[in-house]
Design a protein around this ligand. Sequence first.
Ligand SMILES: [Zn+2]
Length: 464
Amino acid sequence: MKAALNIEATHLYVRFLPKDSTELEMMFGDSTLTLFSHPLDYELTEGEKYIDSTLIGNDFTWLYTRVPVGYTSPISQYEVIEQLYLPTLIESEIQGIKRQEVSSNISNDWWDILENKSFELTGNSNSAQKINSSQTIQKASNRWTPKATIRVQDNVTNTYVPLQGVEVRARWWFNWEKGFTDVNGKATMSGSFSGKLNWSIVWDSHDWDIRSGFYGQAYYNGPDGSKSDWNLDIGIGGKSFVYGHIHRACYNYWNNNLGLKKPFIDNFWKQKIKIAVYGKAGRSYFGSGWRWLFGAPVAIYELEENGSPRNSNRIFNTTIHEIAHVSHWEMDHSDFYKADDRVVESYAVGIAYVFSAQVYSAGQIPHGDFQSISFDVYTAPSPDGYESKYTALVIDLMDNYNQRADWGINRPVDNVSGYTIAQIENAMKGAKTLEKWRDNLRDKYDNPTENNLDELFNNYINWR
Ligand SMILES: [Zn+2]
């Protein structure tokens, strides 16, 4: 007897286990692969965590995906789990461009049914999500294009903020589609589905990648087996709240309308910025040393140093501050390493202030009280003082407020105003000292208050 159709595997269901950070970055860096940190034939509970009980204590976890037949893995720990027959999905994997090749006299719906049937035949019917073929036939004629809306709670403004530029995935078994949220937080998937699907968010973008800890991709698993659009409002508490506000800060910085350069641009030579989120208390930092190549250079802690939960404005402000260091480092690595701490930190303070002022009112901006800080507090050690390096200099260059006039001799004298944050950034190029930064500002720009630059900078050069 002759088979009506010649059914052969078109794809492989596979998994990879990176053995070190080089292999991890190799896998994450391959834009032709859509990697999942959990099995694709496993029923997930909603949230951020899938724990593989066989890998407890291991830094790395298996990464699952689908590849075309004939694929060669770049790393050695690689397993083929299943052969797949996915005729509706013949991809040009090399160019990463998807094209649908469907036989002209067979509808998409029938291919869907056949695919689902083939999952049963290949042994997937033993999986948690068993497909009932009669149900499948009923649903097959109702293809739909899923949409998701993602917002995060801001517990300082008491609003839900739509998140823009978030990668949302809809997946049913080994087929998936993606969408990126727009200004209203809404993403439309790149293709349609015939029935149920699983929703997820991957907190990864072209130029930055948010990590759970040092090596794990940050994600959120939404409803499993959903038959409707997804509206996610991320509330306070937990990692997703932190991821959401980090994402918002990064998105606003990379897409800023202030004339500031992008802090970092991903290209062949440079991997994207990794932002590690630690679910504990600590002081956030940008580490530009060895971590650069092998791990996450920016670390953000979920809790304040005193152990209390970090509010949305603090996550936002801290993320911008650390990314400002990345942007400074990106200008000139050598200058950044050699620069005076007062230049490095004053710049980051100023950038964080400007972005925070775009989304928060004056009283809500973390450290928005810079104008009232006295010299003894500036020069005192952490946590009560500013360690003689976190200054209001950049804010003073922009505003037209002189704190000395209001608060007296213990405050900086500030008769400078009207510089833009973009001019201040540009003048910092090649400036390792406060003096050079000051001179660059005077030389590059005409400003009616420029004769007072010496006086302003002297507050911090001489600490009055
Ligand atoms: Zn800093």
